[in-house]
Design a protein around this ligand. Structure first.
Ligand code: GLP
Length: 261
């Protein structure tokens, strides 16, 4: 795991966009894993800027969402399909038909989850997965206690997550759906490069656990320690709980330029 302590979240966003840029230059048909939430917004702004100035194209890329609420009416502004369209797809040249997410309104949710896994596999797997982390250490919607081998399935959101996400539902945790479909930890760990972005003091404990804590289902993001290529981009506040800060800074400063993230 590489931890990069950035001067601010804007620099983290540029580094993540650079990694996507580099990937797409090598393979314009690369498969991206997209996250919702506030953490990747700066990355999406950067991708939109580069697309608009003509230095980057996502026209042949494909993308998969991490998760989706269950039961929100189709087209609801907070469904993750709508959110990703607003935050990214509508601002770049990504083909909307090539952006897939699990359908939280499917009549057979178990079948939908299995079909989603099959679709990811049929695309050849995810090349680069963007990730945020919940304050309780959840990855996608894999809440504490989630199996570290889990696959795409239905989950019940914790009250902590519903409170965290209430800001998108008029401040009312009861307006946040109780259930979601989410890629499992095992699914996420199959992506070839995981890029996690975290900023702010609220994320400091989750970042400390995921980088330096023992691997445990109690902090699902600690499963990232089992992956061979993880980049964690944090601002100083999110990094404030880390014991090995000096080591991360020295290592990044000494990194060969050719290596990329
Ligand atoms: C949400 C999403 C996650 C996201 C996390 C953190 O509930 N399902 O994919 O990473 O919580 O969100 P944010 O980036 O807004 O802090």
């Amino acid at each position: 795991m590489e931890v990069v302590i950035c001067p601010d979240s804007g620099v983290a966003a540029v580094l993540a966009a650079d990694a996507i840029d580099r990937l797409l230059r090598g393979n314009p048909q690369a498969v991206l894993g997209l996250a919702t939430g506030s953490s990747p917004l700066g990355v999406y702004d950067e991708l939109a800027r580069r697309t608009q100035d003509g230095t980057l194209s996502l026209s042949r890329a494909r993308a998969f969402l991490l998760d989706e609420y269950v039961g929100l009416p189709s087209g609801h502004e907070q469904s993750y399909r709508s959110v990703i369209h607003r935050d990214l797809v509508s601002r770049v040249d990504l083909d909307p038909a090539h952006v897939l997410g699990p359908d939280g309104n499917a009549t057979d949710l178990a079948r939908e989850c299995a079909a989603y896994e099959e679709a990811i596999a049929a695309a050849g797997g995810v090349d680069l997965q963007l990730l945020g982390v919940g304050t309780d250490g959840h990855l996608a919607f894999n809440e504490p206690g989630s199996s570290l081998a889990s696959r795409t399935r239905i989950k019940t959101l914790t009250m902590q997550t519903r409170q965290d996400n209430a800001r998108f539902f008029g401040g009312d945790p009861d307006a946040v759906p109780r259930h979601c479909l989410t890629q499992g930890i095992g699914t996420i760990l199959e992506a070839r490069h995981l890029v996690l972005i975290a900023s702010g003091q609220d994320k400091a404990e989750a970042v400390r656990q995921l980088a330096e804590g023992p691997v445990s289902a109690s902090w699902p993001a600690t499963a990232l320690q089992l992956h061979r290529h993880v980049t964690v981009l944090v601002d100083p506040e999110a990094a404030s709980g880390l014991d090995r800060r000096d080591q991360y800074v020295e290592t990044y400063e000494a990194k060969p330029a050719w290596q990329g993230l």
